[in-house]
Design a protein around this ligand. Structure first.
Ligand code: R7I
Ligand code: MG
Ligand code: MG
Length: 318
């Protein structure tokens, strides 16, 4: 029974990524999204095709499963291989440069630092793909943090890019471990994340998340945390959308899209949070059956669950 519930939540987290990404993609880069458009997503979502957010999430899951844990070189090459196969998925500017460097022999832990004049990227591209790391290591928070940071640094070596991935991973792991049958403590999640936030910008954003009232509008959320492509805007925005509707996958994801800006990525991360907490069964059937790659995402979620069980056995004394 416990295992069935966990499977539902693992699948929910990965399907949540793809559903949020696909629903949000048509609105990426726009201002705030009108409620009539959001209602249409409910009634007739159209073809649900995912973008780079899910494509990279698949790459992370594939690498963790194949190598039975984190292997930086393999993960970097898996990202690069997937990009070569489907370069039209809407990738940001930075990652393809890293892929080329890695393919030409630059070590996986050096290439990311060469972007943006040597500072590395603080885009949200490491946070958007990090759910598989949170699932695989959810029983060991220190490992979630370490692997989220290492996996982020492949393409996003800037401290703020890394920290966005660490916070998103911590939030997914926290929610996987939460009992969904007891009332949700919003403050508990934010305080848990504050404890792990090192940079002033994230600490300030999380304070603002805490100060938002339960009836905060999309405009309030954007004013407080932003909706941009930077990890320090998109990650807090995704947390806000989830916290606005912790008991409804569809409301949380539509709230994320309503913020405008980087809609596919904010909704993808909100989908991961809500899916991890509520499980696949809470995702509307037309969305979870209609989204591209659903079968593959379920297979990988199950493989990550088996991997996590293997880690637990390794830790148990003989
Ligand atoms: O973060 P990344 O993979 O992009 C992800 C986004 C998501 O919205 C996806 O849906 C897709 O559309 O792309 O790609 P990066 O190129 O690493 O970062 C994204 C952008 O953030 C960059 O193109 C820059 O505009 C900005 N950026 C920076 N600008 C200045 N200095 C990221 N890092 C820096 C920086 O250090
Ligand atoms: Mg995208
Ligand atoms: Mg995006």
């Amino acid at each position: 029974m416990e295992q069935d519930r966990l499977r539902d939540r693992f699948r929910g987290a990965l399907l949540g990524v793809a559903v949020g990404d696909a629903l949000g993609a048509p609105f990426e880069g726009m201002g705030m999204v009108h409620s009539a458009d959001l209602e249409r997503l409910h009634a007739a979502p159209g073809r649900l095709c995912y973008t780079d957010d899910t494509h990279m999430t698949l790459g992370m899951a594939e690498s963790l499963v194949a190598m039975r844990g984190f292997d930086g070189e393999n993960m970097a090459r898996t990202f690069a291989r997937n990009f070569r196969q489907e370069p039209w998925r809407g990738y940001g500017a930075g990652p393809p440069q890293v892929f080329r460097m890695v393919e030409e022999g630059t070590p996986w832990d050096k290439a990311g630092r060469m972007l943006f004049g040597g500072t590395g990227s603080f885009g949200n591209g490491a946070a958007m793909r990090v759910a598989p790391c949170a699932l695989a290591y959810h029983q060991d928070l220190e490992k979630v943090i370490a692997v989220a940071a290492q996996s982020a640094s492949i393409t996003h070596a800037h401290q703020l890019g890394i920290e966005g991935a660490v916070l998103q991973a911590c939030a997914v792991a926290f929610l996987i471990r939460c009992n969904a049958r007891v009332p949700f403590e919003k403050r508990a999640l934010v305080e848990f994340l504050e404890f792990r936030a090192a940079s002033p910008v994230y600490r300030q954003k999380l304070e603002r998340v805490k100060s938002l009232t339960p009836d905060a509008t999309a405009a309030d959320i954007v004013r407080q945390v932003g909706n941009g492509i930077e990890a320090y805007e998109a990650v807090p925005a995704a947390i806000c959308a989830f916290l606005r509707h912790p008991d409804s996958f569809s409301k949380a994801v539509l709230c994320a899209i309503s913020l405008g800006g980087d809609t596919d990525t904010i909704a993808c991360m909100t989908g991961a949070l809500s899916g991890a907490y509520l499980g696949e069964s809470a995702i509307p059937v037309p969305w979870r059956e209609g989204v591209e790659g659903a079968g593959r995402l379920r297979e990988l979620a199950d493989a990550l669950l088996a991997l996590a069980a293997g880690f637990r056995q390794q830790e148990e004394p003989e």
